[in-house]
Design a protein around this ligand. Structure first.
Ligand code: MG
Length: 331
């Protein structure tokens, strides 16, 4: 029988995780899963109630009742990958290719020119900017970045705009500017016609609207990129859809615990090995600096835009995971 334990944690944001969102700790849990054959693996369970997820308490309660949410299902799937590697005493990043990450700017109102220069000097080539809370300020910041710095830009509106607002926003950029906007993620709530019109103006990426898309009826496909968050999306299904619709996959973390971050990176490394043409060369797993550092962060080696490795087997952190206090989820 499969058995579960959890260890609750809080992540403390250094900056608001989105503009105009209060600075408050975010709750999640690490899961320890043991299968009947004795394999043990670990994963993160980090809900985003703002995007409709049940709270961590409700997620754990549901797990005890064998009701598994989509994010819990992904956690168990990731824990199994981890368990297989731990059984072989193999580190997930041994021999993996080095993958470049974008730099995430969750609240550009606090991002100074000096910081942008530091981002460039650290070796980042691409920044991903959360936008949509103040379009005038967004426009000013994005134009400044692309006109003054040799950086490519990914914008994420989290479906906050109406189509007309998107159109007005995009019209403010010159064709020269547009060359540096790699894609725009979730410009407005999913609506085939609006997205199709938007796709004539800029390359579009699909993220949180993923579940609303009627994949069988897409003709043409009004987005060129799909964001794959292994902690939220079925990886094999997303790969199939990306192949069928000629999409590029951008693997990103869910701005979650370092355990979740390393799982995302490990999935990205496997995709790079198995489907090199499908994966965008720049991924988005380096979200560690969004939160105050904890003991897990100290076991991750990074270098500018690269996350290099962890200590231990599977996704790492062996000694910390062994000494955490775990509570069994009784069914
Ligand atoms: Mg997004």
């Amino acid at each position: 029988m499969i058995k579960f334990w959890y260890h609750k944690y809080q992540l403390n944001p250094i900056l608001p995780v989105r503009a105009n969102v209060q600075l408050r700790p975010r709750d999640g849990a690490l899961l320890k899963v043991r299968w009947a054959n004795g394999w043990v693996g670990y994963a993160d369970l980090f809900p985003w109630p703002e995007f409709g997820d049940a709270s961590i308490e409700d997620q754990l309660y549901a797990l005890a009742k064998a009701q598994v949410s989509q994010i819990a299902e992904q956690s168990i799937w990731l824990a199994k990958r981890d368990a297989q590697l731990r059984f072989k005493q193999k580190n997930a990043f041994d021999g993996a290719s080095k993958l470049r990450n974008h730099f995430l700017i969750p609240d550009h109102g606090r991002c100074t020119d000096t910081q942008i220069k530091e981002i460039r000097n650290a070796g980042f080539e691409t920044v991903k900017i959360k936008v949509g809370s103040d379009l005038d300020a967004d426009l000013h910041f994005v134009q400044k970045i692309i006109r003054q710095h040799p950086l490519n830009v990914r914008l994420d509106f989290n479906s906050k705009l109406k189509f007309q607002e998107f159109e007005n926003f995009i019209k403010q950029f010159t064709s020269h500017d547009m060359k540096k906007i790699e894609f725009i993620e979730d410009p407005c709530p999913w609506d085939f016609v609006a997205w199709y019109e938007a796709s004539k103006m800029a390359p579009i990426a699909l993220d949180f609207e993923y579940d609303r898309v009627n994949w069988g009826a897409l003709d043409p496909t009004p987005f060129k990129y799909v964001i794959l968050k292994p902690s939220r999306n079925d990886v094999d299904l997303t790969v199939q859809r990306a192949q069928a619709h000629k999409l590029k996959i951008v693997v990103t973390s869910s701005m979650d615990h370092p355990v979740g971050v390393m799982h995302s990176l490990s999935v990205a490394a496997d995709l790079k090995r198995d489907h090199p043409d499908l994966l965008c060369d720049t991924i988005g797993c380096l979200s560690l600096s969004v939160y105050r550092s904890n003991e897990f962060n100290r076991e991750i080696k990074t270098q500018g835009p690269f996350i290099l490795s962890t200590i231990g087997s599977g996704i790492g952190f062996d000694s910390i995971l062994e000494r955490l206090e775990w509570t069994e989820i009784r069914r």
